[in-house]
Design a protein around this ligand. Structure first.
Ligand code: ADP
Ligand code: MG
Length: 349
């Protein structure tokens, strides 16, 4: 377990429960930038969080806030134009700067990822079974029969109906939800200790979305696996995750357990996201309510707090970047003008 870490100028330390055990993943001041045609895109700008083994962490934020880039950085899945700095320790091993060879060995075995679009992630010309057994044999020296048995086991684990029969089918013969189950089975082939689900349910209808979320929670508990759930949907994520990190402009701006966050929203941006809870959750007026204004341009981030141009509480003070610090036990935020105690219930009113 490392000592206090310095984030954005403030000396900060994890909440009491986290001090007792070493985190499975500790991300500290992670930065990613891309240089493109003379412009520098600051995609991730000093992201810090911790994830304990077996927990589910939601990383939330609008499109472009750096959720995918920060997670792909952990797996060495960024293009060569990306410059990554800072630290991401997985079970004691530093992932930033790891050789491609070592990264390839660990990918899928330590950390595996499931993406939004299973139609594009699966090979349309290959049967489901062949794709899973290929993943199994990439991680373990097993013969064809053993790989098949394990594949069927994985398909049962992700609750794909009629796995024996589906094994021989092609992706187009499956529904969107079933394809996402197959993608999860492939991700589980290397027995990862961390599964990153990047908008894994976003393309699905509401009912299927809930079923896949429940499956992820079950797998987390059954396998003792940690899960990072990446989503733009704070309400969805917070109802399944243990902990929540809210990202804005490539940084964490609020972080707490889902319970604490929902009973006491502090950051005006988080409150705005809650106000943007769409459909079902609030009386529909047809249009999806969104946070007013534009997210920051990562090639031209405003000085100071990057939410300042959209924030109703902003003052001159916000020209100085607010430190991301643990202001209350287990509750971190980066804001000079946090809201008072206000529960999610009141916000949604
Ligand atoms: N390969 C790349 N080259 C340049 N910019 C990129 C690249 N990949 C992502 N970005 C930029 O990084 C920022 C963060 O992207 P991303 O992490 O995908 O956001 P999201 O939170 O929606 O997942 C965006 O502004 C995006 O345009
Ligand atoms: Mg993304």
């Amino acid at each position: 377990m490392s000592g206090p870490t310095t984030t954005g100028g403030a000396v900060t330390e994890g909440p009491a429960a986290e001090r007792d055990a070493a985190p499975l993943l500790e991300v500290t001041d992670l930065r990613v930038r891309f240089t493109r045609g003379g412009r520098t895109v600051h995609a991730v700008n000093g992201l810090s969080y911790r994830l304990m083994a077996g927990r589910m962490l939601a990383i939330i934020g609008e499109s472009g806030s750096g959720k995918s880039v920060s997670s792909r950085a952990l797996m060495g899945l960024l293009p060569p134009t990306a410059q990554v700095s800072g630290s991401a320790r997985f079970d004691g091993t530093e992932l930033v700067g790891l050789s491609e060879r070592e990264m390839r060995r660990r990918r899928g075995a330590d950390i595996a990822m499931v993406f939004q679009d299973p139609a594009r992630s699966l090979n349309p010309t290959m049967r489901i079974g062949a794709q899973i057994t290929e993943a199994i044999r990439a991680h373990a020296a097993v013969d064809k029969d053993a790989a098949k048995a394990r594949a069927i086991e994985l398909l049962q684990l992700v609750k794909l109906p009629a796995p024996q029969q589906r094994f021989h089918e092609y992706p187009h013969q499956l529904s969107g939800g079933m394809r996402q189950r197959v993608m999860i089975a492939i991700a589980l082939a290397g027995r990862p200790r961390l599964l990153i689900a990047d908008e894994a349910t976003t393309a699905l209808d509401v009912t299927t979305q809930a079923q896949i979320m429940e499956l992820l929670v079950e797998l987390q508990q059954q396998l003792g696996m940690a899960v990072i759930l990446i989503s733009h949907d704070l309400a969805l994520a917070a109802s399944y995750a243990d902990d929540v990190v809210v990202m804005y402009g490539g940084r964490a701006v609020e972080r707490a357990s889902a319970d604490v966050l929902f009973s006491s929203v502090r950051m005006p941006y988080t409150r705005a996201l809650l106000g943007a809870i769409p459909l079902l959750e609030r009386p529909s007026h047809g249009e999806l309510p969104v946070v007013p204004g534009q997210p920051p341009d990562p090639a031209a981030l405003p000085s100071g707090c990057s939410f300042r141009p959209r924030c109703g509480s902003a003052t001159d003070r916000c020209a100085t970047p607010p430190p991301f610090a643990e202001h209350e036990p287990g509750h971190w935020w980066a804001c000079w003008h946090p809201d008072g105690q206000q529960s999610a219930q009141e916000v949604r009113g």
